[in-house]
Design a protein around this ligand. Sequence first.
Ligand SMILES: Nc1nc2c(ncn2[C@@H]2O[C@H](COP(=O)(O)OP(=O)(O)OP(=O)(O)O)[C@@H](O)[C@H]2O)c(=O)[nH]1
Ligand SMILES: [Mg+2]
Length: 233
Amino acid sequence: MGERGPEANKKTAVLIPCFNEAPTVAKVVADFRAVFPDADIYVYDNNSTDGTDEKARQAGAIVRYEPLQGKGSVVRSMFRDIDADCYVMTDGDDTYPAEYAPAMAEIVLSGQADMVIGDRLSSSYFTENKRAFHGFGNKLVRALVNTLYHGQLHDVMSGLRAFSRSFVKDFPAISEGFQVETEMAIYSLKHGRTVKEVVIPYRDRPEGSVSKLSTVKDGAKVIAMIAKLASKY
Ligand SMILES: Nc1nc2c(ncn2[C@@H]2O[C@H](COP(=O)(O)OP(=O)(O)OP(=O)(O)O)[C@@H](O)[C@H]2O)c(=O)[nH]1
Ligand SMILES: [Mg+2]
């Protein structure tokens, strides 16, 4: 990337929603700091009880607290409160490769997309993720969204994304939980936002790190969200 590229003088913010990610959050902050030396890195802690906030602060993140539980609630606050030209979002569980994120941000900063999705489903997701029902759920949601909203997305629910400022400030963020990524896909398809995907490798959570996703309960909420938005948006 040249010094005078589209990213010159532009502010990038890295957003990491976290709920009890103490085993991994410091590595995630360090990995993203290494590839975005000038970015503001935010960890939004959502009532963690395992010292996630301290670990994040020691690693150099700006830590903020969100009392309303749920990834969607956190995304709503982050999008409202943070000012930047480009936003990169990732999970705190060290499942996404930071080294792919600058190319994704570049697509946003050069004006080629409002949202760039890191597409896990076209690479290692189905062999890396050990919960078979997650794979099924991802395929089902992708098929429903693409059929109902005329999309051609490969990965609707990925946690690694880049967004433009206008996307972040316009996105309604009505989801409280894990439906938020699906809401982003439907919002984009219905409102003519440009979406691009970059294929990324995916790795499973390391030993000792615990998933917050209840496959059936959260899966049902995602399906309900798809139905709800069909009339709402
Ligand atoms: N702020 C906040 N973050 C959450 C909450 N639940 C999960 N997260 C974060 O959202 C990200 C994704 O959660 P995961 O449990 O990894 O869900 P997933 O990636 O869909 O599922 P796995 O494949 O099991 O990892 C992680 O960074 C979590 O810490 C929550 O209630 N609040
Ligand atoms: Mg995860």
